[in-house]
Design a protein around this ligand. Sequence first.
Ligand code: FE2
Ligand code: FE2
Length: 331
Amino acid sequence: MAEKNIRLEVMQAIEHKVDGFMNQFLIPVEDIWQPSDFLPDSENDNFLSDVETLRGESKELGYDFWVTMVADTITEEALPTYESWLMDVEGINQHDGKPNGWSKWVRAWTGEENRHGDVLNKYLYLSGRVNMREVEITTQHLLTDGFDIGTDRDPYKNFVYTSFQELATNISHKRVGQMAKKKGNALLGKMCTIIAGDEMRHHLAYREFVKTIFGEDPSGMMLAFADMMKKKIVMPAHFLRESGGVVGEAFENFSNCAQRLGVYTAQDYVDILRKLNVYWELETVRSLNDEAEKARDYLIKLPARLERIAERMKFPEDDYRFKWVEANGML
Ligand SMILES: [Fe+2]
Ligand SMILES: [Fe+2]
């Protein structure tokens, strides 16, 4: 209970900084890109021929690529889960007469994120390379199943999670974009790269929130960070399933696919952790209690330990076929 009060006090103490964070890390609604900037313009007479070009370019991309694109899209489309989760975090309050700074952040962040699922979904639909009904069923399943990322309502743990996760999505969108570009699909390459740019800004913001909390409550923040890493950071779509499947089954198959393609790997996980340790200056955080000192030790040694495990991991080819993407026409 006492710990909860400290966290609430810290969230209140730094709330006045949130407007500044929004100015620094988010882009005003009327200045930021929109899905229409990248997709064929349906008001234009060239629409159908533009769609044909898009479909032609999509033929160059193979089965594994589309599976990854679909899973990335569905992860973005489950945004209602993430917004409702964050709105429920201690210190984030949209009630009591007027929304506090933190809830304004969550809304503005959600507004930016919503464009990702929107543009990817429309692209997938136009590409003609995926079974949209199966994609939609998986999306609805994922929203229904929700997630459990092990953060409770603790803002410290949630901001560790989002710091980590935004960088993970940055990496995976960026790599998918590079693959598309390599296969001559410049439009899709550009789209994924610009999404990756948003994810990077979000990552920079959340890691700043954590850094600010380290300044206020170093021991509490250190313990929350260690706790999250002990549990491991699960992906937001860890409950992914296909029609007729069981909760989480499709996620495992997808994550093997992403490992094989090199879109997001165990080594990336280690690299993210290393970057966070450096940015939060773990080695020099002061005024830690005994328990937090131990947590620091654990965190500093963790990247090397995980790296040894990552090196031993093997991801063999499997013959699993997702319903989202037709197996025929595989490239
Ligand atoms: Fe996103
Ligand atoms: Fe994101």
